[in-house]
Design a protein around this ligand. Structure first.
Ligand SMILES: C[S@@+](CC[C@H](N)C(=O)[O-])C[C@H]1O[C@@H](n2cnc3c(N)ncnc32)[C@H](O)[C@@H]1O
Length: 226
């Protein structure tokens, strides 16, 4: 997501510090901190990678108070908008939603093994050129990181408008021994439409009449290692 640099971005993020989990400094060899320490109550942890402006994470945290939600975004100015949205959302600060400004490439530095129940990738950048395949968030390099932080048998939920990325992702899931539990090429006309919480990109694509693809896939306990 491209964005003009936010005025007073650092101060605006600092004003939302109570919702932020600080990533460890790069290059410091220490075990990742327990993310559950950042929430009032320990609950199953759901992680969104590339949360953009935060509609999905804010909506899911409100709809599922029985879970803890962590929204990760690597662009600080974009995360700033998500943080401010979360601060505005409720009378009191959401106690089950936190944000982490960081890059998914460092996921295993941020989170301990088997700490995540479910991981969400929503409208990730498709990087259509084959030379850029390693940047796709469903490249095997990323799947390896997801396998580490997800609990055994944990779920990954993907949504995208991009058929090329969807087909590529399904191929990588199969190659990595993941099991597709459910998939559709038209989420909004599927049996899961009612419970679906839309992201900013999703609303824009749906407004143009584009169908949304989605897959729910599980890492097998003994599956082929990515
Ligand atoms: C196309 S936008 C979609 C935003 C939001 N999920 C939505 O559906 O409206 C993709 C977002 O993922 C973020 N992103 C891309 N690669 C990332 C990475 N390696 N780690 C964390 N965030 C990433 C981008 O900065 C961008 O905000």
């Amino acid at each position: 997501m491209r964005m003009r640099k936010k005025k007073h971005g650092a101060e605006r993020i600092a004003a939302c510090a109570g919702l932020l989990i600080q990533p460890p400094e790069p290059g410091i060899a220490a075990p990742p901190p327990d993310p559950q320490d950042s929430y009032a109550v320990r609950r199953p942890l759901h992680l969104e990678i590339g949360c953009g402006k935060g509609d999905f994470a804010v909506g899911m945290a409100a709809a599922h108070p029985d879970c803890n939600w962590l929204a990760m975004e690597r662009v600080a100015d974009v995360a700033c908008l998500a943080l401010e949205k979360a601060m505005r959302q409720q009378d009191s600060r959401p106690d089950n939603l936190r944000f982490l400004i960081g890059d998914a490439r460092r996921l295993t530095e941020y989170l301990p093994p088997a700490s995540v129940e479910c991981l969400y990738l929503n409208f990730s950048d498709p990087w259509p050129k084959s030379g850029h395949a390693r940047r796709r968030l469903t490249h095997p390099d990323f799947l390896r990181l997801y396998r580490t932080v997800l609990r055994p048998g944990g779920l990954l939920r993907l949504k995208t408008d991009n058929r090329g990325l969807f087909d590529y992702s399904l191929e990588q899931f199969a190659a990595c021994g993941m099991t597709v539990e459910w998939q559709t090429t038209d989420l909004h006309r599927s049996e899961r439409a009612q419970d679906n919480i839309m992201t900013e990109y999703e609303r824009a694509f749906a407004g143009q009449g584009l169908p949304i693809c989605s897959a729910w896939v599980r890492f097998g306990k003994e599956g082929t290692k990515p």
